[in-house]
Design a protein around this ligand. Structure first.
Ligand SMILES: C[S@@+](CC[C@H](N)C(=O)[O-])C[C@H]1O[C@@H](n2cnc3c(N)ncnc32)[C@H](O)[C@@H]1O
Length: 244
């Protein structure tokens, strides 16, 4: 058996989704975890995660009975997911990320230092720590009212375009999970990705454009990558795509 390099192990779905590459690129691990982070992964994450048996009725995964279920894909450091869940206590937010240090970062926000690692977290936030495409494929059709994809990895080289989340092969997966009128919110600061979003979305008939702006709308929260983009002189773009 070939050993995988730590942090780059491919995430192979149990049942590959047709048309979607079954490999997830990008880092899984960064710097070594501190004892507190490991304790959060061991004691808090299992309690705060969406369990496989809840995939058929994701609303049942929350301590509240949510009026809607939303998903954030690739929450990074978790500042956006944390702010979103706190601002919308009646909504159930599934926060999805595969990078272990990012998962620890959101766990640390929910169960701050000084609190037991078994602390309650937020009643309306649950984690999904595998490839979000598997989640989309497993959820009932129309299960999500809103989906956030904030500053996805741009994979700017043309030969890596298959690695981009916005991709003709992924659109049907996203569309299936949203009911008519459901929103897909996307932000990107990378010129190649911005042009790619335009190109891919111009060639599809599943979503209608509802917003395209370079000013972050008032009800969107900032993210770490957005801050980095501004510091480095790039102008983010924000879109809302509405499911037909
Ligand atoms: C460039 S970072 C942006 C993080 C954050 N949204 C922000 O704006 O600061 C993209 C993140 O998406 C995660 N990611 C990429 N593909 C994913 C997938 N299929 N499922 C879940 N997370 C994914 C990566 O691990 C990475 O942390």
């Amino acid at each position: 058996m070939t050993a995988e390099r730590p942090g780059t192990a491919p995430d192979r779905p149990p049942a590959p989704v047709e048309g979607v590459p079954d490999r997830l690129y990008g880092r899984r691990r960064g710097h070594p975890l501190r004892a507190r982070q490991q304790a959060l992964l061991d004691a808090a994450l299992p309690r705060l995660s969406l369990r496989p048996e809840q995939l058929g009725d994701p609303a049942a995964a929350f301590t509240i009975r949510p009026e809607q279920v939303w998903l954030e894909i690739g929450f990074g450091g978790g500042e956006h997911a944390d702010a979103l869940a706190r601002a919308h206590p009646g909504v159930g937010l599934i926060a999805s990320e595969v990078f272990e240090n990012g998962i620890c970062s959101l766990l640390s926000r929910l169960v701050p230092e000084g609190e037991e690692a078994t602390g309650p977290g937020l009643p309306n936030l649950r984690f999904w720590t595998r490839d979000a495409r598997h989640l989309l494929a497993a959820l009932p059709a129309g299960a999500l009212s809103r989906l956030y994809l904030m500053f996805p990895d741009p994979w700017p080289k043309a030969r890596h375009s298959k690695r981009r989340f916005v991709h003709p092969a992924t659109l049907p997966l996203v569309a299936r999970a949203l009911p008519s009128g459901g929103e897909w919110r996307i932000a990107s600061d990378h010129p190649v990705y911005q042009a790619w979003v335009e190109e891919v979305m111009a060639a599809q008939a599943l979503f209608d454009p509802a917003l395209d702006t370079t000013e972050r709308p008032a009800d969107w929260f900032p993210t770490r990558y957005e801050g980095k983009a501004h510091r480095e002189g790039r102008t983010p773009r924000y879109w809302i795509w509405r499911r037909r």
